[in-house]
Design a protein around this ligand. Sequence first.
Ligand SMILES: *[C@@H]1O[C@H](CO)[C@@H](O)[C@H](O)[C@H]1NC(C)=O
Ligand SMILES: *[C@@H]1O[C@H](CO)[C@@H](O)[C@H](O)[C@H]1NC(C)=O
Ligand SMILES: *[C@@H]1O[C@H](CO)[C@@H](O)[C@H](O)[C@H]1NC(C)=O
Ligand SMILES: *[C@@H]1O[C@H](CO)[C@@H](O)[C@H](O)[C@H]1NC(C)=O
Length: 459
Amino acid sequence: MARCFCRWCNVLFCLCTLCICLALLFIYISVMVCMSMNGGAQKSLETLHFVASGTCKNKNFASHPKAFWEVTPDRDAFWNQLQLAIDRHFNPILRPNNTKRRSENSNIHESLLRKSYSEVTNLDSTKRNFDELPQEMQDFVRHMQRRDYPTLIQPDGVCGAGAKDEKEPVMLLLAIKTTKLNFQNRQAIRQTWGQAGWVAGKMSNRNGGEEAGGYVRRVFLLGKEESQELDEALLQLLQIESNLYEDILQWDFNDTFFNLTLKDVLFWSWFSHFCSQTRFVFKGDDDVFLNTPKMINYLQDQLKKPQAHKTIKDFMVGDVIDVAIPIRVNNSKYFIPDSFYKGFYPPYAGGGGVVYSGLLIKRLHYMSKRVHMFPIDDVFVGMCMIRLNAYPVHHPAFLTFDFPEKEGEELCAYHTILLVHKRSPTEVVRLWTDMKKTQRQCWDVPLRAADKNKIKQTL
Ligand SMILES: *[C@@H]1O[C@H](CO)[C@@H](O)[C@H](O)[C@H]1NC(C)=O
Ligand SMILES: *[C@@H]1O[C@H](CO)[C@@H](O)[C@H](O)[C@H]1NC(C)=O
Ligand SMILES: *[C@@H]1O[C@H](CO)[C@@H](O)[C@H](O)[C@H]1NC(C)=O
Ligand SMILES: *[C@@H]1O[C@H](CO)[C@@H](O)[C@H](O)[C@H]1NC(C)=O
């Protein structure tokens, strides 16, 4: 009798334990569901951001939408409408076949761009909005389909001006955006940070005679002057300059602000033809100061990293702007009306220049054929990057807005940076001489780390 009672006790005990476990499990699941619903609500606000195909590595930025079939509220803006059809075509969920088809050539991409352009521009709503766009933007929209501008002057079958007998692949190609009139800027760059040839990185005496460094090449990217008389007058001068230095790459389009994106697109195409061995490219303005020796060191460090063979194909570094919104003030140079583009910009490297890998350029060249031109060149690059699922890396040694107070006067200041924006040709020459003088004392100072002053300003 007692034994029987005991057995019932055991059964009861087991059942109770099971019940308690189930109850706990229920509570746990309920809590989790509630939490994820709240989180989901917040996230769905975030997904109103710029939306692109491909997954997002950056947690701060919107991921691709949970419900990919949802109508995005941004679709009534001109550029968003243009791009929507293309992004849908390559959406791996909506059209699995299109993304798998590896053999798809660029002709198909171009015809897709043309098709979406003619569809959207024929809409009545677009026609109505078009007249309200500022004059330059109307001009941009009229010509944004065209990309096949011929080259007028180019280096003779080589990847820019360099050393005659390079013994290893080019480490860094300097691709500098300039205009015909900025002859002085080009001359200052040629004599200073843009010298082609071997650039020594680490001081050889410290490495026991081991020579570290890399070959540097240089090319200037130009369009035509807007006024025809000026353009013709300067043509001969530019031709002489080209014969002398072999570093001029000029295309047959008007060199205006909204045409700068063409410089990227056409440069990528030229690069893919002529620069197969080049490891890295600096692309920037002709009014910056670049610390080339430190840059060579920095890039060599990137190549030595353990996972380099994987990371280099995505490599882009600069002053990165993470979640920017278009400027809606109509007297700004960067003004983008919301009838043209809605949503956030993707992360992009702005300021005076960026450095990216040759491998990435080839991928960008391919991807650029699936993205409609955008009037702001840095943003366009960002749009191509996000579609490659690649993200630019921020480095505080790229100074878009100069040194914080007084810091620039310190003896070794210019040895701590990779780039600083807005320096006149005379300043560039003076800074370069100063840097050579302080080379020995300052060589070991590290590059600028996190920008404390910037954080203070935003607080
Ligand atoms: C995708 O490809 C498969 C086989 O290649 C084909 O049977 C199918 O109809 C295609 N689907 C679409 C939506 O084109
Ligand atoms: C270049 O710009 C000028 C001035 O805006 C204009 O007169 C000229 O027609 C343009 N050239 C081309 C090829 O569009
Ligand atoms: C870009 O260049 C082309 C060719 O010169 C010109 O027709 C067009 O007007 C330019 N676009 C802008 C926005 O200036
Ligand atoms: C800029 O905007 C203001 C007010 O929003 C308007 O009065 C002005 O005409 C605009 N200017 C241009 C050039 O569109």
